[in-house]
Design a protein around this ligand. Structure first.
Ligand code: ACO
Length: 156
């Protein structure tokens, strides 16, 4: 099968499909979702899409962590319902890791999940202390909950 993982902003023809894919899992206004996706850029944030042939089957977003310049935070990992359980999610994550290392020069990836822990464990992620994905505040920052998982790129 012919797979490719591409930055969405280089392929705006997939914006609409991508918006619908993410909104099929996490309902949000079309306008807000499109605005978020249109923020994808050569650095961070960047939305990566997984294509099977020319069909969009998956998406994830890599976001900056202001306090951890060597890392990013992965959000909105989603595979088209009809294509789940066929290894596409794994391909998407693994290609995203290569993108982080080779294109963005990052060494660690964080994420937070409730319910998909086993999927990430199988990819080599493990629980870590909560991190703040926000910038500096004069009051204590809000952390991203107890289910943070992280992995350094050199660990596999
Ligand atoms: N629980 C246990 N095991 C799982 C789960 C799960 N929820 N999901 C996948 N796995 C296992 C598979 O059985 C497979 O195991 P194997 O290698 O032993 O056969 C392995 O993980 C890899 O599975 P894939 O087929 O590569 O995963 P898939 O293509 O189905 O994608 C994904 C996984 C992205 C989680 C998909 O199910 C999905 O889109 N879910 C809905 C959206 C969602 O919850 N996304 C994650 C949000 S968290 C975040 O964004 C950081």
């Amino acid at each position: 099968m012919d797979f490719s993982v591409l930055p969405l902003h280089k392929h705006p023809e997939y914006l609409q499909d991508c918006c619908e894919l993410i909104n099929s899992e996490w309902k949000r206004s079309h306008t807000a979702r499109m605005q978020s996706l249109q923020g994808s850029c050569d650095q961070l944030p960047v939305s990566l899409i997984l294509l099977k042939g020319e069909a969009l089957v998956g998406h994830l977003k890599l976001c900056p962590i202001p306090s951890i310049k060597s890392g990013c935070f992965v959000q909105s990992v989603v595979v088209n319902r009809a294509d789940r359980g066929k290894g596409f999610g794994s391909v998407l994550m693994q290609r995203a890791e290569v993108y982080c290392k080779d294109k963005l020069n990052l060494s660690v990836i964080y994420l937070s999940t409730q319910g998909q822990e086993e999927f990430y464990r199988k990819l080599g992620y493990s629980e870590c202390s909560p991190i703040s994905i926000y910038g500096s505040f004069s009051t204590p920052p809000i952390e991203n909950g107890p289910n943070s998982m992280g992995r350094t790129k050199g660990s596999r």
